[in-house]
Design a protein. Sequence first.
Length: 335
Amino acid sequence: MRMNNKYSKCFRILSLVVGALMLFTLFTGCAVSIKENDKNVENQSSSDSDTAYPIIVKDAIGTEVTIEKKPVKIVSVALVADEILPSLVDKSRIAAISYLSEDPGLSNVVEEAKGIPVKARMEMESLIALQPDLIIVTDFTDQNAVSQLRDANITVYVMKTPTNVQEARSAVLEIANLVGEKQKGEEVVAWMDSKLKAVEDKVKTLSNEERVRALAVDGFLCTYGIGSTFDSIAQHAGVINLASEADMGYWQQIDKEVIIEMNPDVILLPSWSFEGFDAEKYTEDFKNDKSLAEVNAIRNNKVFNLPENHMTTVSQYIVLGVEDLARAAYPELFE
């Protein structure tokens, strides 16, 4: 099989597309307005918490972070934390979340975001002006920015960006501990486990020969192999990820000849349109490409645009991506 190893191009593409999930929200500057939390929330005591404060936790970059009391003015500047926090704390405790929380193409908390008026970006003065007692960022954040916030006596926790279902599960419990809501964290994880088990119970009896062979292809002919979020979703959905099976890495550029040779049963294409990219048109052109006409997925009308916010999320909602993929691959099991 002939495969291209043009990782550099895929990583440049990643910075434009997938980066919107992780990097874009962390590096662009924009002022945010200040909204004070309800005074009753400000006076909430640590006795209401199932975490004994103060706590000292080591974050993703190895820094020991001390959280003196139960946070009541929390700021998230990362979509993954945007999606986790509303399941753990009342919105009155969230001072700001990232602007990406409002994008229905990417976010699973669009409705929840409407009740949180401040949408933040990684802009120093605006974040400091909010005077939060906890800011959550990811390990994709510019460490100079993190240092500036810490120099301003702002408590910053750098979380590891999850890349698979298990890490998403751990991230929920990690944030639950920070905000003093361990019980709610366990409830979210229990919901995840119930979703995963429901899918597992349907696909576990499939033989290897019966398992659908799938390939995810983005708008720039990059696919997702070993260690990628899609690879984890596919494993839990009982689907064979052809990119992983071919020992491709996290992001791998391919071409049409590779798609033809792999001959996937199912192809996943993007559903999220953004400036300069029309997902609907891309799908139409892909399906009508005469050079791909004999590919099984094209012949059998098994080309899907699954919800991008389910397939690219690394929060608890990743389990919805597992469910979506399993339903697309094995509709008869869900009748």
